[in-house]
Design a protein around this ligand. Structure first.
Ligand code: ADP
Ligand code: MG
Length: 242
């Protein structure tokens, strides 16, 4: 079953074209990395997927719902972690999540159950009563991912979720999100870091607003490794240090 379907999507900011005829799909249970250097158009695509921007050209399907025609049904099935953290630092983890559950119409016992389950999935259950301000960056990010799961989405979108984190936190988060994909979610993970991608993951390479390739990471890497394959595809952007 296809969770997310992006079909011939283009988008321009005024005269500058940020996305050119972008098409790919992500099946349920798949971890798909949207791999591209800065300026590739990753966040622009995320804005279209979450309706922060209205679709220019093309079609976006979420769990079978057309996001332009049935935005409510489509958005209800999306969980999103944006590039910029959005947490209330002075509230506890649980209160932050309860507030967000309320926005989705969940309260009381069902909210408590959903919050507990989401925190457990991210290995954060024992931190539920801590103030967010006291958490390190990695735990804050895990909490944001837990928050994105509370309303039971089928598609999870994460825009460069490990930026600024140390290696151990990056690894923990990457592992957790791969597990979420294995449990049946369609995951779209925007990144410019090849070490977050596993050979069996789907990789969509985005460069200057265009999809350059779409397939299994292991196949894209070939004998040379994913880092080299990615660099050679996007070579014009490589900085030459002398
Ligand atoms: P990424 O997330 O892959 O770094 P973005 O989607 O942020 O890429 O940017 C894609 C292109 O669109 C870049 O050239 C960027 O400068 C441009 N861009 C992004 N946001 C805006 C905006 N609000 N107005 C004009 N241009 C923008
Ligand atoms: Mg971005």
């Amino acid at each position: 079953m296809i969770g997310l379907e992006v079909s011939h999507v283009s988008y321009s900011y005024g005269k500058s074209k940020a996305l050119h005829d972008v098409s790919f799909s992500v099946e349920n249970g798949r971890f798909c990395a949207l791999l591209g250097p800065n300026g590739a158009g990753k966040s622009t695509l995320f804005a279209l997927l979450t309706r922060l921007l209205a679709t220019g050209e093309g079609k976006i399907g979420v769990a079978g719902f057309d996001i332009a025609r049935e935005p409510r049904a489509a958005l209800a099935r999306i969980g999103v972690v944006f590039q910029q953290p959005t947490l209330d630092l002075d509230m506890s983890v649980r209160r932050n999540l309860r507030y967000f559950a309320g926005l989705h119409g969940l309260s009381g016992r069902p909210a408590a159950v959903a919050i507990e389950a989401a925190l457990t999935q991210l290995g954060m259950a024992e931190r539920a009563d801590e103030q967010v301000r006291a958490l390190n960056g990695g735990h804050r990010r895990r909490m944001e991912i837990a928050r994105a799961l509370i309303h039971g989405p089928q598609i999870l979108l994460l825009d460069e979720p490990t930026v600024g984190l140390d290696a151990a936190s990056r690894l923990a988060i990457t592992d957790h999100v791969h597990q979420l994909a294995e449990s049946g979610l369609s995951v779209l993970w925007a990144t410019h870091l090849v070490d977050e991608i596993r050979p069996t993951d789907q990789v969509v390479v985005l460069h200057r607003g265009k999809v350059l390739s779409d397939g299994r990471a292991g196949e894209l890497a070939g004998g040379q490794g994913l880092a080299k394959a990615f660099l050679s595809m996007t070579a014009e952007d490589r900085e030459i240090v002398t």
